[in-house]
Design a protein around this ligand. Structure first.
Ligand code: SF4
Ligand code: SF4
Ligand code: FES
Length: 229
């Protein structure tokens, strides 16, 4: 089938302002938006900029806005967009480095702020055991691939750069509900701020956008409940 794609283009070193360029590609119904991008890049326009690596929804590098919704290009089947022209734009609320590539440094620095690793005082003799019951308390948070789709979709993150944002909050949730971590109280205190958990106003856009189907809003609300204000 023939598909028409309209793609956001901007090279800050060469362009005065962003513009859109149209492309036409042939694609099978079982191919993904990423296949179309690769075909354009390899066969039509080598100047097109976008990130990709695993092509299987694991690395989280090809998040972008597809027809207005934040998603992974490698997970979006063209059959889901049949009959529509495909509009591709960079993730909102991030600075564009080139075309569909955005600057993720501020995102990863917020993830770093919540110390996304297990903190425990003494090393175990063998390994840190965890019961199945305790493992369940971390829920689906362990599936987060740090793609930033949730942050791009969050209206609060789009308006307020200081808001910690959904993905860092998911990372915090994972450690707060990890029975092996010893900084639970300290971690909750760190989130007890207007730009921490309380910045979230339950739009649920993050939950809808998450390609790993993590109930992001529910987890943020569980942390609010733990803080108990
Ligand atoms: S639920 Fe909270 S974090 Fe998610 S999109 Fe809404 S405001 Fe943002
Ligand atoms: S919570 Fe979901 S959308 Fe957000 S970074 Fe993790 S995997 Fe991506
Ligand atoms: S290319 Fe790795 S998640 Fe899409």
């Amino acid at each position: 089938m023939e598909l028409r794609l309209r793609i956001f283009r901007f090279d800050p070193q060469a362009d005065v302002e962003p513009y859109y360029r149209n492309y036409t590609v042939q694609a099978g119904l079982n191919e993904r938006v990423l296949d179309c991008l690769n075909r354009i890049k390899w066969e039509q326009d080598g100047t097109l900029g976008y990130r990709m690596s695993c092509a299987h929804g694991v690395c989280g590098s090809d998040a972008m806005r597809i027809n207005g919704r934040c998603a992974l290009a490698c997970q979006k089947l063209v059959s889901d967009l049949e009959g529509q022209d495909i509009l591709l734009e960079p993730l909102p609320s991030f600075k564009v480095l080139k075309d569909l590539i955005v600057d993720l440094e501020p995102f990863f620095s917020k993830v770093d702020q919540i110390r996304p690793y297990l903190i425990a005082s003494s090393p175990p003799e063998m390994e840190r055991l965890q019961s199945q019951e305790d493992r369940k308390k971390m829920g689906e948070a362990i599936r987060c691939i740090l793609c930033a789709c949730c942050v791009g979709a969050c209206p609060v993150s789009n308006e307020n750069n200081s808001f910690l944002g959904p993905a860092p909050l998911v990372q915090a949730f994972r450690r707060i509900f990890d029975s092996r971590d010893e900084k639970r109280a300290e971690r909750l205190e760190q989130l007890n701020l207007p730009d921490g958990v309380w910045g979230c106003v339950n739009h649920f856009e993050c939950t809808k956008a998450c390609p790993k189907e993590i109930p992001v809003t529910k987890y943020i609300n569980m942390m609010k409940k733990q803080i108990g204000r």
